[in-house]
Ligand binder design. Structure first.
Ligand code: ATP
Ligand code: MG
Ligand code: ZN
Length: 678
């Protein structure tokens, strides 16, 4: 760069910068793309003229004007015809040297250019805004023009006609005024950027210009470059408040991809991850690393593992099938449901913990809200904010009625559609859901169906891949172990079992695994097919309206995919299919489906346990109670004897029924070989 250039004015210096091949080309292509703005990589400017770059950061109001004029001057050279048409060019900057954490933005930044990252939580529709207003004097008919900068439309102080000069009244002439497109959005710190235990902060963003309006929707991750402004609300007759709120006047808004998100993995960590994946016990290790402080619940932790890794979404030309899993935990109070959810929200690469009511007015899905100054704004709910992550929804049975309708679409199609108050939008909600609910009647009643136990419609229940019931049942051996576990935890202040994989590494491992897209091998496919078809045919011959539906088949595939992924395998092996079938059976059993007799009936979730089974359980329990009245504790062999001879329930079946009742906690074994009703 020569001395003369450096000594030129800011506009000349910027124009000189634009004379590099890259930007000359960009400018000459503006006409073809019909653009009125030019995107400039800030790094390029720093490399060419760092002093000018510094000026733009410090005094953007002044220097962005120079940049715009320079770009227009260059357009006049490259494409005079198009320049005449567009009349001006906006320079948009891409990527400042550093991102400003939203919570550090303060008074010292006012008037400067800053770049902040966040997730859009609300947005108004695009609205035209007057930049130059035309007013007609009602006295003389003269038309006066005024540039508009304040939030309110300002009429001239007096008429421009020297012979009139009266203070109006004036008529606003819409068709002679100039408008630009504008939009207000609000961005909030991303869940993963949040310091532990802090509530997310947000900032309002003002967007001007056709090229920037509507480029991003609620739920999108964005990087916004803008001038930091402070504004105070003006109250009529009171004045302007002394405390100002910050917002950004946008120069550029860049929608970030969520695929390769901010989890940075060092080469050493990658090495560790690859080694871990080779371990034949990798699944055990991951499982033991999930909430080690929580005792038991192996099958639930296993499902959580699958949920964290997730299946592979399929995007076909006509339809899309979700890869993320939905898991529901229904449980008695104090069974560590909330603890599990909290844990998952912390270890999942983009985890979000919320209650069924949601933490904002938007609830779980989305809401159209009326703004203070009139007009509508679309606000994203928890599932939209957790897009591409895991939403942990506690007390899902207490969600808003609006969400009950919208969540169906969110859980299967992974979108949230809104058409209300003039806003029509479809937002992404590609999330895995881990939800918890309490039984309606306080405690889970094993003789009722899942649907009877919680206040969620079957249409929502059927969208969960796996459902488990956590019951607080006194059980001597387990109780002893758990007591020891919990007391140990309180005594030492550490988890009694150490996690083989640290939460930090686990998060990175999960993030890393997303690159693996496992495919079913022939063997795995056969296993799944066999299981599914056996279950289907069992229902056929019985002539009952049974269906383990295509939904369960898709769930089976997802679990198998997730298991392969957890070992970073590209192939889904027979063992993955087996594990998937095992956990699916367990879940079906827990919701009251009789797997052992192969009479799988997903309709039972609605209608109740098979009548025959319920009847038999009643008979067994009745007999037990009868005998208990006589002897106190009931001798098991005597009971089995009586059931076989007097009640026509064969020994094998009776044992199975007793086993089920023991598991469900209706009865217990106070002494080896003796039974008692709980
Ligand atoms: N299996 C367990 N291992 C270790 N701690 C447990 C276990 N079960 C319960 N606890 C402890 O019991 C307490 C209650 O758990 P939590 O609040 O998660 O229950 P919850 O299932 O969400 O109950 P609610 O339905 O009432 O909300 C927690 O401190 C938790 O650590
Ligand atoms: Mg809870
Ligand atoms: Zn006049």
């Amino acid at each position: 760069m020569t001395e003369e250039v450096l000594m030129g004015g800011p506009q000349e210096r910027f124009q000189d910068f634009l004379k590099s091949e890259k930007y000359r080309e960009g400018i000459s292509h503006m006409a073809i793309a019909g653009k009125t703005s030019l995107i400039v990589d800030f790094e390029d400017l720093i490399a060419t003229d760092s002093a000018l770059a510094e000026n733009i950061l410090e005094k953007p109001d002044e220097f962005l004007e120079h940049a715009n004029r320079a770009a227009f001057a260059q357009l006049q050279i490259e494409d005079p015809e198009y320049a005449e048409k567009t009349e001006s060019v906006n320079v948009r900057f891409l990527g400042l040297p550093q991102t400003m954490p939203l919570r550090t933005l303060g008074a010292q930044h006012i008037g400067r250019l800053a770049m902040v990252d966040g997730i859009i939580i609300r947005a108004t529709p695009a609205r035209p805004m007057v930049t130059r207003a035309a007013f007609k004097c009602k006295r003389c008919g003269e038309i006066s023009y005024r540039d508009q900068t304040s939030p309110f439309l300002r009429a001239p102080f007096s008429c421009d006609n020297p012979a009139c000069k009266r203070k109006g009244p004036f008529d606003f002439l819409q068709d002679m005024s100039e408008f630009i497109d504008s939009q207000d959005i609000r961005i909030q710190e991303r869940p993963e950027d949040l310091p532990p235990g802090q509530l997310p902060r947000w900032i309002d963003i003002k967007i001007f210009g056709r090229d920037l309006v509507d480029v991003a929707r609620p739920g999108d991750d964005v990087s916004v470059i803008g001038i930091v402004r402070a504004a105070a609300p003006t109250l009529p007759r009171v004045g302007t408040l002394r405390t100002f709120t910050l917002h950004l006047d946008t120069n550029f808004i860049d929608v970030l991809s969520k695929e390769h998100e901010a989890v940075l993995i060092s080469p050493e960590e990658e090495q560790k991850i690859l080694e871990l994946a080779k371990d034949p016990w990798v699944h055990r290790k991951i499982l033991r690393s999930i909430a080690p402080s929580i005792y038991g619940y192996e099958h639930i932790k296993e499902s959580i593992m699958y949920l964290l890794f997730g299946g592979v979404p399929k995007h076909l030309t006509d339809i899309s099938i979700r890869g993320d899993m939905n898991v529901l935990l229904i449980g008695d109070p104090g069974t560590a449901k909330s603890q599990l959810l909290q844990y998952v929200s912390k270890v999942a690469p983009r985890g979000l913990y919320t209650s069924g009511r949601g933490s904002t007015a938007a609830g779980l899905t989305a809401a159209v809200l009326r703004e203070r100054r009139g007009g509508m704004t679309l606000e994203a709910g928890a599932l939209v904010l957790a897009d591409k992550g895991v939403a942990c929804i506690d007390e899902i049975d207490k969600m808003r009625p609006e969400d009950r309708v919208a969540i169906h679409e969110a859980m299967e199609q992974h979108t949230v559609s809104v058409a209300k108050g003039g806003i029509v939008a479809t937002l992404n909600a590609r999330t895995a859901i881990l939800a918890a609910a309490n039984p309606t009647m306080g405690r889970y009643d094993p003789y009722r169906t899942v649907a009877e136990n919680i206040t969620l419609p079957v249409t929502i229940l059927s969208r969960f891949d796996l459902i488990f019931v956590l019951r607080d049942v006194p059980e001597k051996e387990v109780d002893a172990k758990m007591t020891e576990h919990i007391l140990d935890l309180h005594r030492t202040g550490t988890a009694p079992v150490e996690a083989p994989i640290s939460p930090d590494l686990l998060r990175k491992y999960i993030s890393y695994s997303r690159g693996t897209k496992p495919v079913l091998t022939k063997e795995a496919l056969e296993r799944l097919k066999d299981f599914y078809l056996t279950m289907r045919s069992a229902s056929e011959t019985e002539g009952t309206p049974i269906a383990i539906t295509a939904r369960q088949l898709e769930s089976l595939v997802r679990v198998a995919e997730a298991r392969a992924r957890a070992a970073l395998r590209k192939e889904i092996l027979a063992e993955d299919a087996e594990a998937s079938i095992t956990i699916m059976k367990r879940s079906l059993e827990e919701v009251g489906i009789d797997v052992s007799s192969q009479k799988l009936d997903i309709d039972l979730i609605m209608t109740g346990k098979p009548k025959s089974l319920r009847d038999k359980l009643q008979v067994v329990l009745g007999t037990l109670i009868e005998m208990e009245k006589e002897t106190g504790m009931v001798d098991k062999s005597a009971l089995l004897e009586k059931l076989e001879t007097e009640r026509e329930i064969v020994r094998g079946e009776a044992e199975r029924l007793l086993g089920q009742m023991l598991r469900e906690g209706t009865i217990y074994e106070p002494k080896e070989g003796h039974l008692k009703k709980t």
